[in-house]
Design a protein around this ligand. Structure first.
Ligand code: AMP
Length: 293
């Protein structure tokens, strides 16, 4: 399984990618998580990315592409991957195409998560992440479970819920703007490649999980851009039938004119085959003469 989850910040890609990764056994690769880890470790890449991330803009393509190239080369990604938050613009999408072509591992599907902007803002304001295991929760829509499932699988203690630095109102507005301008065009990019699926990502998390599974099992969303009717390929049989219908519908005057135009050519061919000489009687006249004798 090699898939990309596309959608605005807060559309639930991360939550669904985590669930899908657990079920399918292929890794979730989130460029946002990789960048946040680099920021937390204080690596040069992290230091460069930090301010950009906090402003809601996109980190430099070269940095992100280098990071993705390294991550896809790791052994666990050989069986497949779920890309979450990458690609984010057309440059990254084209680079991903090239990289996967090199690896001989083309994408199987791209799923676009659709959620209205007002709902995105509401979700982002309630989003919390466990600082230890990275699981995403939402204090408004999907709080951490209580009871035995409540503990963090890393520490065995309750999840330590943190709010991301960029999940604040001012940054969210900029992230949504950047998404509309840079990431939204990828929908058409993948639709034209015939691998796009679109799902309604509103409602219960379980319902979205089901819609995602159904969309991956279904055929891709049809390409919107269609060839003009005249150029569209038609099966041969249908083409012949259409041709017959077309001739039958031709007005008789036009049919007669086109017959006259074709006739001299036929005669010319006959003459050249029989060569010059006396005109030979037609078959019907010969038969009549024979009968008289
Ligand atoms: P995310 O966790 O996917 O919402 O990403 C958080 C922030 O990380 C984004 O607002 C960007 O600043 C940065 N980021 C994540 N993925 C990318 C990417 N593919 N290209 C550029 N910047 C990214």
């Amino acid at each position: 399984m090699r898939i990309v989850l596309l959608g605005a910040p807060g559309s639930g890609k991360g939550t669904q990618a985590q669930r899908l990764a657990e079920r399918s056994g292929v890794p979730q690769i989130s460029t946002g998580d990789l960048l946040r880890a680099a920021v937390a470790r204080g690596t040069p890449l992290g230091l460069e990315a930090k301010a950009v991330m906090e402003s809601g803009r996109l980190v430099d393509d070269a940095l992100v592409l280098g990071m993705i190239r390294e991550r896809l080369a790791e052994p666990d990604a050989r069986a497949g991957f779920i890309l979450d938050g990458f690609p984010r613009n057309l440059v990254q999408a084209a680079a991903l195409d090239g990289l996967l072509a090199e690896l001989g591992q083309p994408l199987d599907a791209v799923v676009q998560f659709e959620v209205a902007d007002a709902e995105l803002v509401r979700r982002i304001s309630g989003r919390r992440t466990c600082a230890d295991c990275g699981r995403v929760f939402n204090v408004l829509t999907s709080p951490p479970p209580s009871g035995t499932d409540a503990d963090c699988p890393r520490t065995g203690a309750p999840h330590r819920l943190m709010q991301r630095a960029d999940d604040n109102e001012a940054t969210v507005a900029e992230r949504l703007r950047v998404y509309a301008e840079k990431t939204r065009p990828l929908t058409e990019f993948y639709r034209k490649r015939g691998i796009l699926r679109v799902i309604d990502a509103t409602g219960e998390v379980d319902a979205v999980t089901q819609r995602l599974a159904a969309s991956l099992a279904a055929r891709p969303t049809a390409a919107r851009v269609r060839k003009p009717a005249a150029k569209r390929a038609r099966p041969r049989k249908a083409q012949r039938a259409a041709g017959r219908r077309g001739r039958a519908a031709e007005p008789s005057a036009r049919r007669a004119k086109s017959a006259r135009r074709k006739a001299p050519a036929r005669v010319a061919r006959k003459k050249s085959r029989s060569g010059p000489g006396p005109k030979r009687p037609g078959r019907r006249r010969t038969a009549r003469r024979r009968a008289r004798r």
